[in-house]
Design a protein around this ligand. Sequence first.
Ligand code: MUC
Length: 100
Amino acid sequence: MTQLYAVRMDVALPPDMDPAARGDLLAREKAYSQEWQRSGHWRHIWRCVGEYANLSVFAVESNEELHSILWGLPLFPHMTMTITPLAGHPSDIALAGPGA
Ligand SMILES: O=C(O)C[C@H]1C=CC(=O)O1
């Protein structure tokens, strides 16, 4: 069964990182992220205003699958992550039947 997770990723790159290496890393990160978005596993990605951070929603089959996707991020060694498993909310009108 598909499970939803909110993942906040905070990025901290070394300030003295070589600009070419930084550019290559970010290009690989973008390609990897967009591949998982196209597959439907990475449902949303939002920039956290004023921060080098994003808030993303993943749809995966297991903790292990999410771990594998996150572990593969080229930026993973430079990220701190906060992961929140999501459950349906009883007040969500999208989950209620007609007339509820
Ligand atoms: O910019 C970021 O938030 C970090 C990272 C996550 C996906 C991506 O393309 O970059």
